[in-house]
Structure formats: C-alpha cells, structure tokens
Design a protein around this ligand. Structure first.
Ligand code: HSO
Ligand code: ZN
Length: 424
C-alpha cells in the first residue's frame, strides 16, 4: 500500500499515474500469429490450442450438443442468477434504444438518423482463473438489442479441450450458437481474417491479457473495429465520516482480486475512516481465496487522506477511474462535480460488484484514464448511425444559394452546379 497524507497538489500527477506495465515487445509475435492464422486457418488454431492451452481440439467449433449439455453442468441457483442478471441488463440497455426524430431544419429540408446494428460482431471471453461468463451477458445482450445479425464468441478451451459450462450456458441463453474454442491473439486474428469455421467480423469486443489487447490493436489494420483500448481493472473510492470501513475495504478488494495489476485507490477526509479502512483491507485480504493476486495489487494501491471532498473529486477526475464509488452521505451533491469516470456507484449500499453482475449497467468500461475520452460499452457500441435527408424542390430553393456560394468559395464548381442545374 502507498499511503499519502494531505499530498501537495503538485504531487497529484505522480499519484494518479498507473504503474507502467512492463511491455514485452510482442508486435512481431502478433504479426506472426495473424499471418499463420491467415495462411493455415483452423489447423493453425488447433495447433495453437495444443501449444498454449495444452488442449486437443479436433474441431474448433463448439457442437450443438456441447452447448445443450452445458445447462446440466451448472447449478439451478447459478442458472437463476444468470437469468435475473440478464433481465436487468436487458431492461437497462433496451431503454437506450432511441426514437428516430425527423428534424425539419428549414421548410422542405428534413434530416434524421437511423441506427443499424453492426452486422457481424465477435465477442472474446478470456479463460484462465476466472471464467467471465458475466461478460458474455454484458456484450451479447446489447448486441442482440442492437440488431447485430451475426454474433460469434471465441474463448480458450481448458486442457481437456472443453469450455467452461457457465460460459456456454450464458452464450446459449443469449442466442449465440457460434462458439469457438480458441483464445489469445490467435482468436482475435481468426475473427479478423476468418477461417474455415470462424467467420470474419466487423467489430471485436471483450477483455483479455496483453496479447489479446495487442492483437485487438493489430486487428484494426484489417479494417476491424474494437470496443475500446483495455487495461487492468480499477476502482477509486471516496469516503466521508459516514462511510463503513468494512464496506470500503470489501469494494477495494473486489477490484484487487481481478489481478496483480489491478488498481485500487482510496480517498477520505476522515482520519478514523482512513486507518480503519486500511485495517479492514489487511484483515479481509487474508481470507480471500485469491489472496495472492489481491495482495500484489494492494502493493501498488494508493490510500490518500485529503482536506476536503471537493479536493477528493478533483483528484478523482484527474485519475479518471474505471469505477468510482462515492461512499458519501450527500452523494447527490457531488454528482455534478464528476467529470471523468467509467461508472459511478452512489452511497454505502452500491457495491461495485452490483454493476459487475446484475444491476443492469455494463461492466465493460474504460480503464487506464481512458474515462477522460471514452464511454463504456452500451447499445451504441453495437450500432452505426446512418443519417438521411430529403429535400423538396422548395427546400432546395431555401438553401440553394447558401450551397452555391459556399461551393464557389471552395472552388468546387461541380458542387455548385448540382444545385444550379436543379433550380434553373
Ligand atoms: N470488474 C470487471 C468486470 C467483472 N467483474 C466481471 C467480475 N466479473 C470490470 O472491470
Ligand atoms: Zn469485477
């Protein structure tokens, strides 16, 4: 833990810096993986599964039977939970579907926008220590609502060549029938270039390790869009004297347990809350199954004592956290002061894990200070907005002169003519 008491303002920029990740030079490797997948298709993916996941996967596509069987492999309780979460996520994202409004800018000139779902989207779900089936909901639910026609999912197999049943169950629940056993950069490559079994997509979503992140960046050379630049998970908690140290500690640890590179920041104006939260973190972390990862994350966590809540919010805006928790009595009052954050949790009962799983908001959010210029995933991430216009003759007459004068001033006479020829 890094502890700071009333740091000087000029020290803030250093405190909000994310630890620089040791960037291995992997661009050469990523290029090689893309080339191999492009040349050898499925057989390259089968080889990569052997090499990286020690998995024998004679075929890359998950069979209908495998999808079907997943439901028997998870508890009724979990199925019920996934369904409730899906319902809430659907409600929240469904409300993001905007009505088309036709605007008559001048009489006879009507303009509007219509949404079209991105036709083909790919979802990447990492394997490893935590099977993030919740991320399947966060991406598949808005993709369906947006009207994406083809939604595919790639995730790495375990060493027996199987995929976590909760991931398969959730995929099937969301109507995804094209699931593929491939992970890492090769999965991103496959979705970018296409193989015998994996269709090429137009946009790739989902979290992953630094190889996946680098591959998503590389995918853009193939004309594929990506959801957002990704980094390790983060939370920043601001607490006043009414906060509950045990709650704050639990929230900090719920981000810390994601990985050793997770970022957690705690700010308070109250000395008692400050020391009690630090104590509570130390006590709770010992009992966590992922104690080792959380402890490593805590090593670079930041605990700051500040003079005022205004100052705390200013610091938070500078940090631009993925998740911001206001454990404040008068949280309402501080909402207008928030300018940079991915998703905000208000009051003592709004734990961050509510948003991770079941309240309805999306948990795919900007990290690494990208909350300054990116939004989290929403329905918008899955659509393109196409503008339309209709001009009547009367409408063209109204703005014709403006177009002609401007076109002429830009030296673009054909543009001018397109108007003049109609109005003469
Ligand atoms: N907190 C993560 C999302 C997640 N948490 C998935 C649990 N499962 C995003 O930063
Ligand atoms: Zn989480």
């Amino acid at each position: 833990m890094k502890i700071y008491r009333y740091p000087e303002r000029n020290a803030w920029p250093d405190l909000v810096k994310r630890p620089v990740m040791e960037q291995k030079e992997i661009s050469g490797l990523i290029r090689k993986i893309f080339n191999t997948v492009e040349e050898q298709g499925d057989s390259a993916l089968i080889e990569f599964n052997k090499k990286f996941d020690r998995a024998v996967t004679p075929q890359i596509a998950v069979t209908e039977q495998e999808l079907e069987n997943a439901a028997d492999k998870i508890s009724e309780d979990l199925k019920k939970a996934i369904k409730q979460a899906k319902e809430n996520i659907s409600k929240f994202h469904n409300a993001q579907i905007a009505e088309t409004e036709k605007i008559e800018t001048v009489k006879g000139v009507t303009c509007w926008r219509e949404n079209r779902g991105i036709e083909k989207v790919g979802i990447y779900i990492p394997g490893g220590t935590a099977p993030l089936f919740s991320t399947v909901l966060m991406l598949a639910v808005p993709a369906n609502l947006a009207g994406c026609q083809e939604i595919i999912l790639c995730t790495p197999p375990d060493s027996s060549g199987n995929i976590n049943p909760a991931i398969l169950f959730t995929a099937k629940l969301c109507g995804i029938t094209k699931v593929f056993k491939t992970g890492g950069a090769q999965a991103v490559a496959a979705m970018s270039v296409g193989t015998e079994s994996i269709p090429k997509v137009y946009k790739i979503f989902g979290p992953g390790n630094q190889y996946v992140v680098a591959a998503k960046e590389y995918a853009q050379r193939y004309g594929v869009a990506i959801d957002m630049p990704a980094g390790p998970s983060e939370v920043l908690v601001i607490a006043d004297s009414q906060a509950v140290p045990e709650f704050c500690a639990a929230d900090l640890l719920s981000q810390a347990e994601h990985g050793s590179d997770s970022q957690v920041v705690f700010i308070t104006t109250d000395f008692k809350i400050f020391s009690e939260t630090i104590e509570a973190v130390e006590k709770q972390v010992k009992k966590l199954p992922r104690n080792e990862l959380a402890t490593q994350a805590l090593d670079h966590s930041v605990f700051v004592l500040m003079n005022s809540l205004e100052e705390a919010l200013e610091f938070s805006n500078l940090y631009a956290p993925e998740h911001l928790i206001l454990a404040l009595e008068d949280f309402e009052q501080y909402i207008p002061q928030i300018s940079n954050a991915g998703s905000v949790f208000l009051g003592n009962y709004s734990c961050e894990s509510a948003g991770d799983y079941a309240s309805g908001t999306n948990h795919t959010l900007p990290t690494n200070a990208y909350a300054r210029n990116y939004s989290g995933v929403s329905l918008d991430s899955f659509v393109k907005k196409i503008t339309f216009q209709h001009l009547s003759k009367e409408g063209l007459k109204k703005i014709g002169k403006t177009i002609e004068v401007m076109a002429e001033a830009e030296g673009l006479i054909a543009h001018k003519n397109a108007v003049s020829i109609r109005l003469k």
